[in-house]
Design a protein around this ligand. Sequence first.
Ligand code: HEC
Ligand code: HEC
Ligand code: HEC
Length: 337
Amino acid sequence: MNRYFIIPLIALYTLLLTGARFVTPEDDWTGTPQADFMQSEIVQSYQCTSCHTIGERGGTVGPILNYVGNRRPKDWLKRWLADPQLVKPGTKMPSFNLPPAQLEMTVDYLTSMKKKFNTKEILAKNISLEKKGELLFEDYNCIACHRVGSEGRFVGPELTWIGLRKTQAWEKEWLADPPAFKPNTFMPNFNIPEKGIEALAEFLHLQQGQKNEDSQRWEFRTNFFLGNTDKERGELVFKRFGCWSCHGESAGGGVENPNMAPDELMPALKKTTNTFSMQEFVTRLKKKKFVKPLDASKPAPPFFCPDYGNHMNETEISDLYAYLKSFAPKKSKWKFK
Ligand code: HEC
Ligand code: HEC
Ligand code: HEC
């Protein structure tokens, strides 16, 4: 069948599947600061919604902005809007050079887009620690940046498989104060109380891909519109399994692993396909790995390459290989002596 014929069919199918969402009462944004911002000259003239979801509508490139006032203080928002590149070099968010009055107005809108957290109420409930963590995850609106199952964004690493790759102890340390662990991180500090951190870490640690089932449909669509090449699917696998949380965006490396030999930096994977054959790569992903410490008397490095053995299927692994291969320096066929 012709591909251009299929697109409207898929759009219709998706609409039918998700249609029910548009009529639930909690999605009614009428009269909220979010709706006001949507109507404002700022969003109208600068098209913030081409990348950001506000209310129920908008793009998926940037974080969902609905409760941004909860996580970013005024002075941070000012600095961000004045020049995003200064705060996060390489970001896709353009600098709009807003005149001072408009900058002020935008910051006022954004700071008013917040809600009351229900941390105390959730923690007081008579339910499991995991369930409390799940409710807190929703309450803090972590899906503004992270994907779990079929919901969320790719601004932070996907958390569907987080339990496979990070220890619960590290998760607690991270949630308590992300910039303390990584000074320039884009993840905000939510000042979560200790009991809340415990619940969140419990919930996160139990995420070992069980919500992956939900997202099959989404991926099918993504793949379809991407053109369905192995390299592009591989990029999605790289993001979905969180390889980038350790091997860096675009497999560029440079993420710290304190006390790991030789230089405390986790490796780039740009040359991986030159070093590993497809078969060796498969074996490598299945093996339990150990990380050599730089100094045996200091605490062990917190990160190690997870055992993905039974969690990835063959297509996912070969797509991933194709993605990494797209970075690899070409091997020369001839050796000159
Ligand atoms: C071309 C896409 C794009 C457009 C257009 C865009 N942004 Fe962004 N924005 C991003 C991305 C991407 C991020 C997250 C930073 C990153 O991952 O690089 C971001 C982050 C933000 C943040 C921080 C959000 C948070 O949760 O911390 C705010 C606030 C923001 N944008 C406001 C705006 C406003 C207001 C406009 C319109 C005037 C706008 N953006 C237009 C891509 C965009
Ligand atoms: C404004 C976007 C944003 C929001 C909101 C956000 N995060 Fe993050 N988060 C990030 C980014 C970006 C990273 C990657 C850290 C880095 O490399 O700087 C991250 C990293 C993480 C990690 C480590 C992931 C890994 O694979 O190593 C966890 C766990 C995490 N966030 C949990 C949460 C939780 C829980 C919430 C809600 C309370 C939350 N995040 C809200 C942006 C965000
Ligand atoms: C929690 C952090 C973490 C995650 C997530 C992670 N890795 Fe690793 N990886 C490491 C560390 C640390 C090393 C270096 C030590 C070692 O060889 O095990 C490594 C090494 C590797 C190597 C060997 C590199 C070399 O040059 O010898 C490959 C290949 C690799 N990882 C692939 C992957 C892939 C593919 C993913 C995602 C499916 C992934 N890793 C996810 C931490 C991680």
